[in-house]
Design a protein around this ligand. Structure first.
Ligand SMILES: NC(=O)c1ccc[n+]([C@@H]2O[C@H](COP(=O)([O-])OP(=O)(O)OC[C@H]3O[C@@H](n4cnc5c(N)ncnc54)[C@H](OP(=O)(O)O)[C@@H]3O)[C@@H](O)[C@H]2O)c1
Length: 387
């Protein structure tokens, strides 16, 4: 029996569906939300993921909250769970970068983890899978090894707590004799072939921001005389394309490391099955995607012109215009991930994935279009379950 936390989230739901399809019995530790019980939320997700009805008999849902000691479970329930759990997949996490939310992020990513580790130690669990992030490497450039690291600086509270979570889990699992696999992934986006996704942050966010600004100023031009658009330098060209003068800072040899969800799940499964030792595994793309490519795909897809990639020397020579200032304010938190020079080693994960013939597909114009069409179609997740 495998217990999964965070199974209502993007990565957790896909991992759970994969495990269920493999014939595993899965317990979701989930919470109720927005008037839906935990069980109803999981059921809706499993339908969205296409899990067959006969496979659902292997699924149990227990309602709980990881930031509570004993996970806020009924005492009888926790006693029976302890007897059944063989493995835990821990995906639950706060993914907020905001320093003002530090207490909340620590409560989930550290205290919550402690409570799940308590459960692992008191149950018969012999294997713990920790879903982490490649960005525990912190503020650095160059090679990042597949080992527990102790960076001196982090970009945000998310990176910091995810790194401290790895220290904590390694120490506790080693003491308890529990085999630990840490899966560090970079930025995960939708399915490379279908474009389907449950989450529309990270890779999607800059595109969504550009689209938001385009719609805002187009409406101003079409309905209110276009004064605000003109102040921002936004105009429509003769073919109806929107011209938005935005230079985006790029770094030489820097880019964004992105992985589609289908690759992430297959890699997770291969590593889970292909290793008998504890270890850290990078599930990343061996090639950074260039911002220049994402700009090109975005402009072609949404009929935008004027967005350009700009190296630092050129940027400094000419002050930012008003539109660039707005755009950058929206994207400040994502900057370090868009101009990334970290190189994630795959000495440990690489041979396991090679054996299965698994290679991370690159983001192409076509896969980008599929993912963004899906995102727009479901209104960035708002209409996800109504389609
Ligand atoms: N997405 C990426 O690009 C990416 C990249 C690198 C690493 N990761 C890692 O992948 C893991 C999953 O992230 P995700 O992208 O799937 O995020 P997500 O969609 O936001 O999912 C987060 C999950 O954590 C659960 N959770 C949060 N607080 C909780 C609490 N107090 N009690 C119980 N459950 C709680 C959420 O439950 P609710 O549904 O009830 O809110 C949800 O199931 C995280 O460890 C993250 O660090 C993700």
């Amino acid at each position: 029996m495998i217990l999964i936390t965070g199974g209502t989230g993007f990565l957790g739901a896909h991992i759970a569906a994969y495990l269920i399809e493999q014939g595993e019995e899965v317990i979701f530790l989930a919470r109720s939300k927005q008037g839906l019980s935990a069980a109803d939320r999981v059921d809706r997700l499993l339908d969205w993921l296409g899990v067959a009805a006969d496979r659902k008999k292997n699924v149990r849902v227990v309602e709980g909250r990881i930031e509570h000691p004993a996970l806020a479970l009924e005492p009888d329930l926790s006693a029976s769970m302890f007897r059944e759990i063989d493995e835990i997949v821990h995906c639950a996490s706060s993914t907020s970068f905001a320093e003002r939310k530090r207490a909340e992020v620590e409560a989930v990513n550290l205290d919550g983890l402690r409570h799940v580790l308590d459960l692992a130690e008191r149950s018969r669990c012999r294997r713990f899978h920790l879903v982490s992030t490649a960005y525990v490497a912190g503020r650095t450039s160059g090679p990042c090894p597949e080992e527990i690291v102790h960076p001196t600086a982090f970009t945000n509270v998310y990176e910091e707590t995810k790194c401290r979570a790895e220290w904590l889990t390694s120490e506790r699992c080693a003491k308890a004799g529990i085999r630990l696999s840490i899966y560090r992934t970079s930025i995960v986006y939708g399915h490379s072939e279908t474009g389907r996704s449950l989450l529309f942050n990270a890779l999607y966010y800059p595109v969504r921001t550009a689209l938001f600004l385009k719609n805002l100023y187009e409406t101003d031009i079409r309905e209110r005389g276009g004064r605000k658009a003109a102040e921002m330098g936004v105009r429509l060209d003769g073919d109806g394309w929107t011209v938005m003068p935005i230079r985006i800072l790029v770094g030489d040899g820097a880019g964004i490391n992105v992985v589609p969800i289908d690759f992430f799940v297959r890699a997770f499964g291969s590593i889970r099955e292909g290793t008998s030792d504890s270890g850290v595994f990078h599930i990343v793309n061996s090639r950074q995607t260039r911002l220049e490519d994402i700009i090109e795909y975005t402009q072609a897809l949404f009929r935008i012109q004027g967005i350009s990639a700009c190296p630092a020397q050129e940027m400094e020579g000419k002050p930012r215009n008003a539109l660039e200032a707005v755009f950058e304010t929206y994207l400040e938190a994502y900057g370090p991930y868009m101009r990334d020079r970290r190189i994630f080693g795959t000495e440990r994960a690489g041979p396991i994935l090679d054996k299965k013939g698994l290679r991370c597909p690159d983001l192409t114009c076509d896969s980008f279009k599929r993912c963004l069409d899906y995102a727009v179609d479901c209104d960035w997740g708002r209409r996800l379950f109504q389609r």
